[in-house]
Design a protein around this ligand. Structure first.
Ligand code: ADP
Ligand code: ZN
Ligand code: ZN
Length: 751
């Protein structure tokens, strides 16, 4: 049984999709199963009368010569497959409860909106462990309570136990507690708990759903914060709020108060964050605010088993706060009552392969589906979100002041590199400013978005440049291990002693990377303790954590790093941020480049002077009068957004247009182009209300030995674009594409 329902997306467009219903009719004996195969169809199987199964359960079925896991989606009366050929479901995985209808409906919407096969969509949303044919073994969430012996011991003050054991006994005096809450009492709590269990003073019990929770309310909210909290908590049903707060304005504090309100109502809260690097820190932080609330995190840094267990805790409703990166938007949450998206403008919410979804957009859809509020937080919202807030689709909540007085916003200055000489990429005023910080024992951060020593190596005699054989890019010089490396395909070679073309030995690094800046600063300030933070220096597990500690403990004077340093870190003794050569983002072919640059500079600038010390930001640029820098100096995101929106409107770009990008790549030059040209003709012949652009080479026209090209189609109406895609996609599927890989990207962020 399927009912077509009509849903209006948060963006205000109405879309039809099919809701999945679960009941089995008496004469329906054939099961439609979703499998992880690149076809837009479901697969039919017979079900033995003895097998009991529900829609949403995982089943093991024969497929080709293999046994694979699928998801039971619907019952039907008959199949197109001849009865004799129809195979049977082998077994049902009833280790975990079936996927709820709500999640199936959400994934079905994603499959239709992103034009990606339903089976692949459904299975890619499951934790790896649940995609395996072996059943999961479930760990029950444990709670602990005092045993009779434990109570007696405590009463008779027999409890001459170690301090941490003592603390556990006292904590359990009032009520049973979860393992997670007990672990929060001390780092050695797990060992102490074990000792108490062995002694028979503590025993396990079934967790009882708690109605009350502890909330460590650290601050009285500012007026602006209180207004934001009230607006969301007073909302009945769906609404999308855009929380636009300058860095340090206390957005996190707003999230915490919202969580408290929703927990009081017995709900679950989902917080999406962009970076897996940040999740452990945030997890720790939220646990400290809600010490007895079950909180789980979900991100790709977890081991498969742990991730599956956390997912199940969310599904059972036991986990009240779920903190995760983009994939966690597909977690079943029976009591979901609020979704928070932190740094909503961050492009890592967009998946760049497979199901190319935007977790933020899916989150809005999900909140709408569930009838709950959603809050998008950012200092520099995506223009799409800002636009929606101004057309009234979202409610704008603003935090215009820093929460901690007197922390003022940093002073932003441009250093004109067309006038000032540079030594190894650094101007004298910047070096002087660093020197002052060294004298005052404060920290400086030098931000340069290029890792390696130099972006390219050049022969001064013949002009040879180090190029990648496999890509249309340059090999980056890494001096630490004397290699030339391609940052696109990973190819690596040793630095040649002489020019491969003319044999001249005078090879020069051109341009600046983090390693070169580190070296230049060390030469200038031999006493300074310099730390480089980029993907190379943080490759080893735990490296970045250790570095963060070093910075906090004041063991570092100067930080040199890429955007890794820009995000969400709070270094109280940091008072200077220097930005080297941001100019590439000003006049880029990518129409989003300047939007991204502004967000990045606001974010990195926000690192300066957060506590009681004033901060300073120095930008080395050849275009100091560019409006981007003017807005940055004035800390005026709204002014900048207005300029960009006007540009986008006159150029006909998002958010005024909706786009789809068809990309193709092939080993033979010209094949991708040829495929796209055919696709283009098909698109034009459909005569839909869409603009079909010309086929062009991709921004990176060759990568890892594949030639790449793309075709952009856009419309000023999301629904028209979807109507077009529904007819175009089957035509693409039918085209012979043996040597070609292609993909559709709906609402693309990268070209
Ligand atoms: P944002 O996420 O907006 O950059 P944070 O939430 O990290 O800002 O808050 C910045 C700092 O201000 C933190 O140290 C936080 O503890 C503090 N803070 C937040 N709200 C308040 C408040 N109402 N009163 C005092 N301090 C606050
Ligand atoms: Zn040469
Ligand atoms: Zn390469």
């Amino acid at each position: 049984m399927c009912i077509t329902i009509n849903i209006v997306t948060a963006q205000g467009d109405s879309l039809n999709f099919v809701e999945i219903t679960a009941e089995k009719q008496p004469n329906m004996t054939i099961l439609r199963v979703a499998l992880d195969v690149p076809l837009s169809t479901l697969f039919d199987y017979k079900v033995d009368a003895a097998i009991v199964l529900e829609i949403g359960q995982r089943v093991v079925v024969p497929f080709g010569r293999k046994e694979v896991v699928g998801i039971a989606l619907e019952w039907v009366v008959e199949s197109d497959v001849a009865d004799a050929k129809l195979k049977s479901v082998l077994r049902v995985l009833d280790d975990v409860p079936p996927l709820p209808d709500e999640l199936l409906t959400l994934l079905k919407f994603c499959s239709e909106y992103y034009h990606y096969p339903l089976g692949m969509t459904l299975l890619s949303a499951l934790p790896t462990r649940l995609r395996a044919v072996e059943p999961m073994s479930l760990k029950q969430a444990q709670s602990y309570t005092l045993s009779v012996a434990g109570q007696a011991a405590l009463l008779n003050e027999l409890a001459k136990r170690r301090p941490v054991q003592q603390r556990i006994l006292h904590a359990l005096q009032h009520a049973p507690m979860s393992g997670a809450a007990l672990r929060n009492l001390a780092t050695t709590a797990p060992a102490a708990l074990k000792a108490l269990l062995t002694a028979g003073w503590v025993e396990t019990c079934r967790p009882s759903p708690s109605v009350t929770h502890v909330f460590n309310n650290a601050h009285a909210l500012t007026h602006e914060q209180q207004h934001a909290v009230d607006a969301v908590t007073q909302q009945a049903g769906f609404a999308c709020f855009l929380l636009n707060g300058i860095t340090g304005s206390g957005k996190t504090e707003v999230y915490v108060h919202l969580m408290d309100a929703m927990l009081q109502r017995g709900g679950q809260v989902l917080l999406l964050v962009p970076e897996i690097n940040l999740t452990p820190q945030l997890e720790h932080y939220f646990r400290s605010r809600f010490p007895d609330v079950e909180l789980v995190s979900l991100h790709s840094g977890l081991a498969d088993g742990e991730r599956a267990q956390n997912w199940l805790k969310a599904q059972s409703g036991a986990a009240r706060i779920v903190l995760g990166t983009r994939l966690s938007i597909f977690t079943p949450l029976p009591k979901l009552s609020l979704i928070l998206v932190d740094e909503e403008h961050d492009t890592s919410f967009k998946q760049q392969d497979g199901l190319r979804y935007s977790a933020r957009d899916v989150a809005i859809f999900r909140a709408n589906q569930r009838g709950v509020p959603i809050v998008l937080g950012s200092a520099t919202p995506a223009l799409e979100s800002w636009h929606n807030a101004h057309t009234g689709r979202y409610t704008l909540l603003q935090l215009t002041q820093r929460a901690v007085q007197p922390a003022a916003l940093p002073v932003v200055r441009c250093l004109d590199t067309s006038q000032l000489p540079l030594q190894e990429g650094l101007s004298e005023p910047l070096l002087t400013a660093i020197e002052t910080r060294l004298q005052r024992k404060e920290q400086s951060l030098i931000f340069i978005n290029r890792r390696g020593y130099a972006p390219v190596l050049m022969c001064t005699a013949c002009g040879w440049l180090s190029e990648c054989k496999h890509c249309a890019g340059k090999l980056v010089l890494h001096l630490k291990d004397r290699t030339l490396r391609c940052h696109h395909c990973g190819a690596q070679q040793r630095v040649p002693h002489a020019c491969p073309t003319c044999g001249d030995a005078d090879l020069k690094p051109v341009g600046m990377g983090t390693q070169r800046i580190e070296e230049a600063l060390q030469a200038r300030f031999p006493e300074a303790r310099i730390l480089r933070v980029d993907r190379d220096s943080t490759r080893n597990k735990g490296a970045w954590d250790a570095m963060r500690k070093q910075i906090h403990d004041g063991e570092v004077d100067i930080l040199v790093g890429t955007q890794m340093l820009a995000k969400g870190h709070d270094f109280p003794n940091l008072t200077l941020v220097g930005v080297l050569n941001p100019d590439g983002g000003l006049y880029s072919a990518d129409f989003r480049a300047s939007e991204k640059l502004f967000a990045q500079l606001m974010q990195v600038g926000g690192r300066a002077g957060r506590a009681d010390k004033a901060g300073e930001v120095m930008l080395q640029t050849a275009f100091p009068t560019h409006p981007l820098f003017q807005a940055l100096r004035a800390h005026d995101y709204p002014a900048w957004a207005q300029i960009l929106l006007a540009e986008r409107q006159s150029a006909g770009f998002p958010p005024f247009m909706f786009q789809v990008l068809l990309s193709a790549e092939a080993k033979q030059e010209g094949e991708a182009m040829a495929f796209l040209k055919k696709a283009r003709s098909a698109a034009v012949e459909l005569k839909k209300q869409v603009e079909v652009y010309s086929v062009i080479p991709a921004t990176m026209p060759k990568r890892a030995n594949h030639y790449r090209a793309q075709l952009l189609v856009q419309s000023n109406n999301r629904k028209s674009l979807q109507n077009f895609l529904r007819e175009w996609k089957p035509q693409l599927d039918a085209m012979p594409t043996k040597q070609i890989r292609w993909s559709l990207d709906i609402d693309p962020l990268e070209f």
